[in-house]
Write a protein that binds this ligand. Structure first.
Ligand SMILES: *[C@@H]1O[C@H](CO)[C@@H](O)[C@H](O)[C@H]1NC(C)=O
Ligand SMILES: *[C@@H]1O[C@H](CO)[C@@H](O)[C@H](O)[C@H]1NC(C)=O
Ligand SMILES: *[C@@H]1O[C@H](CO)[C@@H](O)[C@H](O)[C@H]1NC(C)=O
Ligand SMILES: *[C@@H]1O[C@H](CO)[C@@H](O)[C@H](O)[C@H]1NC(C)=O
Ligand SMILES: *[C@@H]1O[C@H](CO)[C@@H](O)[C@H](O)[C@H]1NC(C)=O
Ligand SMILES: *[C@@H]1O[C@H](CO)[C@@H](O)[C@H](O)[C@H]1NC(C)=O
Ligand SMILES: *[C@@H]1O[C@H](CO)[C@@H](O)[C@H](O)[C@H]1NC(C)=O
Ligand SMILES: *[C@@H]1O[C@H](CO)[C@@H](O)[C@H](O)[C@H]1NC(C)=O
Ligand SMILES: *[C@@H]1O[C@H](CO)[C@@H](O)[C@H](O)[C@H]1NC(C)=O
Ligand SMILES: *[C@@H]1O[C@H](CO)[C@@H](O)[C@H](O)[C@H]1NC(C)=O
Ligand SMILES: [Zn+2]
Length: 429
């Protein structure tokens, strides 16, 4: 079942779920980050709950899991967009919507010289438009793995986050705005636990197929939702499917977001589709581990794509953690690999430097380093998390439409990914 629930082809409005706080979750406190993090039954974790700060602001956000666009009455978003729109590189959206939203770029003519540095075409990471920095695809520290997970927060992630916590391991979490909206207390846990949060768009579509305004909105509202829920504004993002070109990079950069890709793909998200088996995913992990052991990363480290998508992908991460940890010298969040001690727009939240992290200080919060010598590195003193957490009301309101939760099946997206491969006409130029 792990594959059928992420993207569905069903329409969004029909998939509206009403949170059933009173009837289903009465045995458990679903009102604070701490209480939510204590739930050990993954099924119970995934019962929708009421979280007033989100439901009360929902009208200020695009429809959950639908391609985002700027709300016409959103003055701040419109002002920001208008201030940048005339400078966006003049590159047309790729393909024809709606098929292109799912990666079906059939019929598109694209020059084999790759004028737009389109990652999907040839894994280009060095932009051709002036002023854009290369994507982060690996890490410069030798024998180091930039450790991160896409597609969260997943409602059933407590077992996984507990595991990371037990190992004093921090990671970069690339969160989907719509998932943050549906699972706000799970999103807060990332900051509380000392993980780094980056953006993974609002609705997880192929970004190069979107209009300028849609691409802007996918990133902008994800940043706003993370700010609302977690209290911080990310400065990094990862394009779903790696689908980025210079137009999209430019828009992300204008929003202060650094683009992060990968060099190896575990294909964990694909297990069960396109003929990819669980064994293939194991093999991909083992191949990376073999390379780490044979010196492939002895001059600079790397990044592998892995997911917080479902029980399988998180179980794979747990299964291979010890082996990765011994094959690589260091597993660190992306920001730590870059010595980026200020990961968010807000200046009062810090990450350790690489040196500090590898010598044991894995969490720095509010400017006060927290060494693990005390035995506690949970970062639970984060003011932004606790203040937002406490604003969540312990209400027994039997709400309708408290948390809109739309679940998609992946089938459409994946079929389309296949179509892409043969779809683009290479124009020799
Ligand atoms: C886990 O939670 C679900 C939903 O609340 C419940 O049906 C199930 O019995 C629980 N399982 C265990 C082992 O407690
Ligand atoms: C903005 O428009 C949405 C509908 O698109 C509406 O629900 C919301 O109340 C409006 N917000 C404000 C602040 O007027
Ligand atoms: C891809 O999109 C085109 C229209 O742009 C459509 O004709 C074709 O059937 C689609 N292919 C798949 C596999 O969905
Ligand atoms: C390291 O291992 C990988 C995976 O087994 C292999 O493809 C690569 O050629 C090896 N490199 C060296 C330098 O041995
Ligand atoms: C989260 O993980 C659970 C358990 O594997 C899965 O059933 C669910 O579909 C996932 N949710 C999302 C939004 O991907
Ligand atoms: C996967 O699901 C099983 C059964 O619910 C659970 O015991 C285990 O902790 C989960 N693993 C992860 C990594 O979420
Ligand atoms: C991080 O800082 C360390 C120590 O100062 C330095 O050796 C390393 O090159 C820096 N890494 C990056 C990516 O800046
Ligand atoms: C922190 O923990 C690591 C192992 O997890 C250990 O190697 C290191 O020495 C500790 N640092 C401090 C300052 O206690
Ligand atoms: C950071 O500042 C914001 C206000 O800008 C505040 O809400 C938050 O609690 C502060 N966080 C920390 C960790 O001090
Ligand atoms: C929480 O509930 C109290 C009443 O029980 C109410 O006064 C307060 O405004 C509520 N706060 C939020 C954030 O909903
Ligand atoms: Zn993704």
């Amino acid at each position: 079942m792990r594959l059928s629930s992420f993207f569905t082809t069903s329409s969004v409005s029909s998939a509206f779920l009403v949170a059933s706080f009173v009837s289903s979750a009465s045995a458990q406190d679903r009102t604070t980050e701490t209480a939510e993090a204590a739930i050990t039954n993954g099924t119970a974790e995934c019962v929708a709950y009421w979280y007033p700060p989100v439901s009360e602001a929902a009208y200020n956000f695009p429809t959950n899991w639908q391609p985002a666009s700027i709300l016409s009455n959103d003055t701040a978003a419109n002002a920001k967009y208008n201030s940048i729109s005339s400078q966006i590189p003049n590159i047309a959206p790729k393909g024809t919507q709606p098929a292109s939203l799912e990666g079906n770029f059939s019929g598109l003519s694209y020059s084999s010289s790759d004028p737009d540095c389109w990652w999907t075409y040839d894994q280009c990471t060095t932009p051709k438009v002036a002023g854009l920095k290369p994507d982060m695809a690996g890490v410069s520290e030798p024998d180091t793995l930039g450790y991160g997970f896409d597609d969260g927060p997943n409602c059933s992630h407590n077992a996984f986050y507990d595991y990371l916590q037990d190992n004093n391991q921090k990671a970069t979490m690339f969160y989907i705005g719509s998932n943050v909206m549906n699972w706000p207390l799970e999103a807060q846990r990332a900051l509380t636990d000392g993980h780094e949060i980056c953006v993974h768009t609002w609705s997880h579509r192929y970004m190069t197929s979107l209009t300028n305004e849609q691409a802007f909105a996918e990133l902008y509202y994800s940043m706003q939702m993370i700010k609302l829920v977690v209290g911080v504004t990310p400065t990094c993002w990862r394009p779903p499917f790696g689908d980025v070109d210079d137009r999209i990079r430019w828009i992300a950069n204008a929003l202060g977001l650094k683009t992060i890709i990968w060099q190896y793909d575990s294909n964990d998200w694909k297990a069960g589709i396109d003929g990819i088996t669980d064994q293939d995913v194991d093999d991909n992990y083992m191949n990376l581990i073999a390379r780490a052991q044979n010196g492939t990363f002895s001059t600079s480290g790397t990044i592998m794509l892995t997911h917080e998508l479902n029980n399988f992908t998180m179980s794979e991460a747990v299964k291979f953690y010890d082996q990765l940890k011994s094959a690589f010298k260091y597993l660190v969040p992306m920001g730590v690999a870059n010595n980026q001690t200020q990961p968010y727009v807000e200046t009062n939240y810090s990450l350790p430097t690489f040196e500090a992290y590898v010598s044991g200080t894995t969490v720095v919060t509010g400017g006060t380093p927290q060494s693990n010598s005390s035995g506690s590195t949970s970062g639970s003193t984060s003011g932004s998390t606790s203040s937002l957490g406490s604003s969540g009301n312990s209400t027994t309101k039997p709400s309708s439409g408290a948390v809109s939760q739309v679940v998609f099946s992946k089938a459409g997206a994946l079929a389309a990914t296949m179509a892409f491969l043969g779809g683009v006409t290479r124009v020799l130029a």
